[in-house]
Design a protein around this ligand. Structure first.
Ligand code: MN
Length: 164
């Protein structure tokens, strides 16, 4: 069995954000992260849980029509991940970790790697995205700022907006 996929889509709509999506139980479970992922474990990024998407949306890049919410979508990073969620030292399936409000993953992307945790803070929808220590942790990096191009096509958001 191959590892499940993750994708981070930079989405410039009414607000600029990064849609962080993980393949769990046959869908892309999703969060909108206004500032995108950090590689610094001291930084907590707000992550608003949004609706699940179909798996084939992971490869989408282009300009959305108004019926789909509008805005320009770029595949900012993608790859595979492993669920590393635990409770009392025992592994927890990703679906259960999600329901419990504490999901930990180890990602293999092109721009970000290593452990990340998503932690629910209040209500159903407000979570935090935090880099875990170890592999991929580096307070000096800021890939959101230094690597703005698409991992699919090399295009910037402006180029996608102009070309569709
Ligand atoms: Mn979005």
């Amino acid at each position: 069995m191959t590892d499940p996929r993750f994708v981070i889509q930079h989405h410039l709509a009414t607000a600029d954000h990064y849609d962080v999506r993980f393949e769990i139980d046959g869908v892309l479970v999703s969060w909108a992260v206004p500032k995108g992922p950090s590689t610094d474990p001291r930084i907590r990024r707000l992550a608003k849980r949004t609706g699940d998407h179909a798996l084939d949306y992971a490869g989408y890049e282009g300009v959305l029509g108004p019926r789909r919410g509008g805005g320009t979508v770029q595949v900012w990073d993608h790859g595979t991940f492993r669920n590393i969620s635990e409770h009392d030292g025992r592994p927890v399936p990703a679906g259960e970790a999600l329901a419990a409000g504490h999901l930990s993953v180890d990602v293999d992307g092109e721009k970000i790697t290593g452990g990340y945790s998503l932690i629910r803070t209040r209500g159903e929808n407000m979570w935090l995205l935090v880099k875990r220590r170890g592999r991929g942790a580096d307070a000096r990096r800021d890939p959101v700022a230094t690597h703005p191009e698409s991992v699919l096509t090399g295009r910037t958001l402006d180029e996608i907006a102009a070309q569709g």
